[in-house]
Design a protein around this ligand. Sequence first.
Ligand code: AHG
Length: 280
Amino acid sequence: MTDIFEAIQRTAKRIKIAIDTKDIGYSQQENSSGETQLQLDIKCDMIIEEEFSHVASIHTIASEEKEHEMPMHKAGKYYIAYDPLDGSSLIDVNLSVGSIFGIYENAFGAKNMVAACYVVFGPRVEMVFAHHKTKLHLLQDGEFEFVKEIRLKEKGNLNAPGGTQQNWEPYHKELVDSFFSEGYRLRYSGGMVPDLHQLLLKGGGLFSYPGTADKPEGKLRKLFEVFPFAFIYKIAGGEATNGHVDLMTLSHKGIHETSACFFGSKYEIARVKEVYAKNR
Ligand code: AHG
């Protein structure tokens, strides 16, 4: 696992340079979800692919920017699914973005996840790696330094509601509003990495991306986004659900399948499950 941890650190340093220096324009390519890819997405995907190709313990990779899995080393045991630059459209408006990594053993799938990691590219570059604990690292003078272990409180006070409100189910809107009525504050940038990072570092709250009329299975992808953050939140003492079951119990069909998802402290996730149970 150390070799993977170090490879991710190398990718983060190179991606930071790419973000700072790359000419950003829209490419003509579309990814498998039909979104227009930014050149920077492609560049970041290439950086990660190249760094992982030097790590013998990696058997296969899957990227949000690649249609299919890519085999690497036959003798390796780790399968890594990653989103090289999540929220890349936010680069244009100079908001934070991130890379997300799900590390699976022997095959892709929530039950095989053994570690997860994300890197936030904001005013500072920070990396959170969850294995047995969820640990925060800061890039300082060219190296990542351990800062602290992250633990969520039982209840937070931030609310990050994703998706287009017009397409929310009425009970989902009631749920979101009920947190605001309780005094929760809105914190939503449109990048799941900085939004979930903020909740983790400020003790908790709720991040939701529900199934909606236009996207019944949500928007966020299980292997690259949903499972890694579910793993990270659970190791940090929080919870993660699709409204009904723990996200880490879900199976997946294909590498790009999406799921409704809710991440938060124990209190908020219990409320989500209560409301969703009544509206099955
Ligand atoms: P993209 O990679 O296409 O920029 O999407 C970002 C993701 C995720 O980071 C964020 O939480 C979510 O999309 C935001 O979606 P909405 O704008 O629909 O809330």
